[in-house]
Design a protein around this ligand. Structure first.
Ligand code: ZN
Length: 446
């Protein structure tokens, strides 16, 4: 540990103590809880549910009415295994009812919001316990990766909005935390070369960003000159990390990539440990179920919808919240010794899945199909209706074998589907700077 690490830790411990935020107390707790025997971990979750659920019953008009209409009792005898009996909270429920989900004892807090790719944004609130868990679980994850408090960090983020809007306080924090933000939104070749110069001089120990941004930078490094330093860890988040992206990023940065999963509504849900055999759910604060469309749990290995229960936020209870992501559960315990349960992988957003003939096909199938075809610079497959697909391609050369593409896509999706192939100059990233390989208009409001 360097002198700066010690200074940084001491400073932030002092701030935590002065503000009474309880972050380091929570971190010490999480460090123990991650190794609890599975049964004790379940008991811990049961105890937390016995605080969160009766509070929701007494203070959230939405849950009070919903549960009473359905004759559901939540009390101090509630058990973790009974969670399945509670109804799911879907995104449209959240959009319609957020004012009634908010607990009547939540005061003096401004709402956070997350926008769908279409439709009105949803609003929600976070309490102090949520905030403490959020920072503590981030520090815990950094500990898994071997990153110390105050280590130099470079961020490849999708949008520059955050930096431009930064207050003086935020800028001071960036300097204290030794964070360099690089706006990777619509990166050009020249800009990427510039970023690589910056990080070669800065030599961060820790690099994080969107999977697609990191991949973009990694490809540039792999094509040109090796990096002049070797970071301790790279974290990929906010997008599904595809295998080919992981390979390219690990090759370029000569270190392991840690996949991280969270959302705006309930951040810090799961992350990889040094074993890289799935993502550990931060079970001290989150319960994750993988369910089918009716809310029934799916067996390990089967892809389904993520339902998150937040064990930390009393102001705005998220109970079995189906957030629009797809994942699969991994059976058994991790060899690292941590008992936090495992997700096998995150498959992306349901709105990024093509659904044909009752089958979910995620972007990765198509990236495998197109990746390594030098004549295609970029692609995006859009499902307009259950039977209409549009494939947008940005060709690099004139030698695009359209007949082959058509055959390959139709073979995967099956009969009864119309495919239109459209050549274009540019595929626009989302407002947040993410590239979507596949888009389903069937689920685009999720
Ligand atoms: Zn592990």
């Amino acid at each position: 540990m360097s002198a700066y690490n010690l200074f940084h830790t001491a400073l932030f411990r002092m701030i935590d103590f002065r503000n009474g935020t309880g972050i380091y107390r929570k971190l010490a707790q999480l460090k123990k809880e991650q190794y609890l025997p599975p049964e004790e971990l379940q008991n811990l979750q049961t105890r937390r549910l016995r605080e969160i659920l009766p509070h929701a019953r007494d203070h959230s008009p939405y849950y009070r009415d919903l549960w009473s209409r359905r004759g559901i009792t939540v009390d101090e005898h509630f058990h973790r295994s009974s969670l399945l009996q509670l109804p799911l909270l879907r995104r449209p429920d959240l959009q319609e009812n957020w004012k009634h989900i908010l607990c009547d004892d939540a005061v003096g807090h401004s709402p956070d919001a997350s926008g769908g790719s279409t439709g009105e944004p949803v609003h929600f609130y976070h309490d102090r316990d949520y905030a403490a868990f959020s920072t503590a679980s981030r520090l815990l994850f950094q500990d898994w990766m071997g990153i110390r408090s105050g280590d130099k960090t470079a961020v490849f983020w999708g949008a520059d909005r955050d930096l431009k809007d930064a207050s003086r306080y935020d800028r001071l924090m960036l300097r204290l935390n030794r964070v360099k933000q690089l706006n990777s939104f619509a990166m050009t070749g020249q800009a990427v070369a510039g970023f690589i110069d910056v990080i070669n001089r800065f030599k961060p120990k820790y690099i994080y960003g969107y999977a697609s941004s990191l991949h973009h930078v990694a490809e540039h490094i792999n094509r040109t000159v090796p990096l002049a330093f070797r970071p301790v860890a790279v974290r990929s988040s906010a997008e599904m990390l595809l295998d080919f992206q992981r390979d390219a990023i690990e090759g370029a940065f000569r270190t392991r990539v840690y996949d991280f999963y969270g959302s705006r509504e309930t951040n810090n849900i799961a992350a990889e440990c040094p074993t890289h055999r799935g993502l550990h759910v931060f079970a001290s604060g989150r319960i994750v179920e993988v369910v089918d469309d009716d809310g029934h749990p799916l067996p390990a290995g089967e892809m389904g919808q993520v339902a998150v229960t937040d064990l930390t936020n009393r102001y705005f209870p998220f109970i079995r919240y189906v957030n629009g992501d797809m994942a699969s559960v991994k059976e058994g315990l991790c060899s690292c010794g941590r008992t936090y349960p495992l997700l096998e992988r995150i498959h992306g957003r349901i709105s990024d899945m093509i659904v044909v003939n009752g089958q979910y096909i995620h972007g990765e199938f198509f990236t495998h199909l197109f990746y390594g075809r030098p004549e295609i610079r970029q692609f995006q497959l859009v499902q307009e209706t259950p039977t209409d697909l549009r494939l947008y391609i940005v060709p690099r050369t004139d030698e695009v074998d359209v007949a082959f593409l058509r055959r390959a896509v139709i073979e995967k999706v099956g009969p009864g589907v119309t495919l239109e192939i459209i050549r274009t100059q540019h595929i626009q990233p989302t407002a947040g700077g993410k590239h979507r390989f596949t888009i389903s208009r069937l689920h685009d409001n999720t």
